[in-house]
Design a protein around this ligand. Structure first.
Ligand code: HEM
Length: 182
């Protein structure tokens, strides 16, 4: 099943969710690691990988968003009304952070004079002038954004686990590979 239904996510939503989650978790771990490494070839390789992956996520976000709004959202009717509202706001927050993090990183690097390379070869500068102050400003957004994203993702994972292990509903199963019977 490629498309979502009212009871479960389709393969395209699942592939986008898991490929982007793994990349974003990798980006956050790489980001917090690379800034603490001593100057070395490895440090700059991680920087380069972080930027290329971040740009790829930036290009995937609109595709995911268009796919999301063109699809039925699986029902949240098994949850109390308050939790349904919370789940929707949680999803909006994750989409917003997913969109803003790569943009702030892209602006920061371009303003610093180190525009990222797309897929390791094509220089892709943001439409923004070189300026230390601008780079520092976007650097601040990127830093605080990374912490907010980390907290949001940890909360998201915690709630997915709670639905599965405590509430025994199908919220986690319907995002996992394979189909549900109902
Ligand atoms: C960076 C990491 C992650 C991000 C940014 C993220 C983001 C999202 C977003 C935006 C949705 C809404 C999907 C939609 O309706 O379009 C979603 C759904 C979901 N995510 Fe994640 N996710 C991440 C990691 C994870 C992980 C690690 C798990 C499991 C342990 C997980 C479990 C789920 C589940 C179960 C749903 C479906 C909720 C429902 O049925 O309404 N996510 N995620």
């Amino acid at each position: 099943m490629l498309q979502n239904s009212t009871t479960q996510y389709g393969s395209i939503s699942k592939i986008l969710h898991w490929a982007m989650s793994a990349s974003i978790i990798g980006l956050v771990l790489a980001g917090f690691t690379m800034i603490n490494l001593k100057d070395s070839a490895l440090k700059w390789q991680i920087y380069s990988l972080h930027k290329t992956t971040g740009l790829t996520i930036m290009l995937l976000v609109p595709i995911r968003f268009i796919w999301r709004i063109s699809q039925t959202a699986p029902t949240l009717a098994m949850l109390p009304h308050r939790e349904q509202i919370g789940a929707k706001w949680g999803q909006y927050s994750l989409y917003t952070l997913m969109a803003l993090m790569p943009i702030t990183g892209w602006f920061m690097s371009t303003a610093a004079g180190y525009p990222p390379l797309l897929f390791g070869s094509l220089t892709w500068a943001a439409p923004i002038a070189k300026s230390k102050a601008t780079s520092q400003l976007y650097g601040q957004f990127h830093w605080y954004g990374a912490w907010i994203l980390t907290i949001a993702v940890l909360g998201h994972i915690g709630l997915a686990m709670k639905h599965h292990w405590v509430n025994h509903n199908k919220i986690l199963k319907r995002m996992l590979p394979g189909s549900l019977n109902s």
